[in-house]
Design a protein around this ligand. Structure first.
Ligand SMILES: [Zn+2]
Length: 329
């Protein structure tokens, strides 16, 4: 197998108290990413929050939503034509969210697909997928669960099969979250870059029809977070995210970063992007020839564009191909 790096982005708004604008969270940072990709002859993967597209269509009678849909559709078509993969990202809380008086009222009481029954899940995945394929004219081949909440996989399996999607990229080894809205447990996941599975994404099954291409894990020390905090405080211009919304926060988890190690993943958001080179070398030393990076246009900072560009140059020099998931089956 040749050496490959997948650079993947969750293309979406924020889901905290303020969703932010499509200009700052999606359109502008994605333009910059397209420039970086073109310069390095790289192909990225964009996991498009298709529930948002579906909701924009539902709100087509509202001028702002109609204009936003138009701009986003145009950008997705350009991404598609430039050879980037348009993949399916599902945040089912769009079922309960709506637009009113100039902003999105986000309700995350049902943040995971597992909060719905199997028939509802099939309906949600199919209608979101269709909203996206109506734009590109092409079916998605890869899936990432909103907020990594892919469990229990057995419950969403049929919905993906119905939509002919057999590649998942939601898992990062040792990832663990356990609070009301968002929960997942990848502590038992195989310590590999890729594996097949059937009913449980963490249980390798060589005959399984699904393929997991895992997000490359990374372990962060409290020192990293202290450094990140100081950098954002002292030089916000360079280190603060470009997006203008607010995160869905789990305060307990945030404080935890400062006193214990955090199981994280290869990430090109903000200052996290500074670690990519190091992660690649560690990944290589463990014998892996595949690395998968996750980021969000909304969370890119001025510094992360610079780090990403540098990392791509470095990886390409080392013989890596920067490619899509669909192109690596
Ligand atoms: Zn997401």
């Amino acid at each position: 197998m040749s050496k490959v790096v997948h650079i993947t982005f969750d293309y979406e708004l924020f889901f905290g108290s303020s969703s932010g604008s499509i200009q700052k969270c999606m359109l502008e940072p994605t333009e910059e990413l397209m420039r970086i990709a073109e310069k390095n002859k790289a192909r990225f993967v964009f996991f498009v929050d298709a529930g948002f597209i579906w909701q924009l269509r539902q709100h087509a009678h509202v001028t702002q939503c109609r204009e936003d849909l138009q701009l986003i559709s145009e950008q997705i078509i350009r991404l598609h034509k430039a050879g980037h993969e348009i993949a399916l990202h599902v945040h089912p809380h769009w079922e309960d969210s709506y637009y009113e008086k100039g902003s999105w009222k986000i309700n995350v009481s049902r943040y995971k697909l597992a909060n719905f029954n199997e028939d509802e899940i099939r309906g949600i995945v199919s209608k979101y997928h269709k909203a996206l394929t109506d734009i590109t004219g092409q079916q998605c081949k890869s899936y990432r669960a909103g907020g990594w909440c892919v469990q229990p996989f057995k419950k969403i399996k049929q919905a993906l099969e119905t939509n002919n999607i057999f590649t998942d990229s939601s898992v990062y080894k040792n990832g663990f979250q356990d609070y009301s809205a968002q929960s997942y447990d990848f502590r038992k996941a195989p310590d590999k870059a890729e594996w097949n599975f059937e009913d449980d994404e963490c249980d390798e099954n060589i005959n399984g029809k699904f393929r997991e291409v895992a997000i490359t894990p990374d372990r962060l020390s409290p020192l990293f977070y202290i450094n990140l905090y100081l950098k954002m405080k002292l030089n916000p211009q360079n280190f603060k995210p470009v997006g203008d919304g607010s995160w869905l926060k789990n305060k307990k988890r945030i404080y935890g970063h400062f006193y214990s190690f955090t199981d994280h993943f290869a990430c090109c958001d903000g200052f996290f992007a500074s670690r990519l080179r190091q992660i690649l070398l560690k990944n290589e030393s463990r014998g892996s020839r595949r690395m998968l990076v996750l980021g969000h246009p909304k969370s890119m900072a001025k510094c992360s564009f610079y780090y990403l560009d540098n990392f791509l140059e470095y990886a390409i020099k080392k013989g890596y191909k920067i490619s899509t998931l669909a192109g690596s089956e």
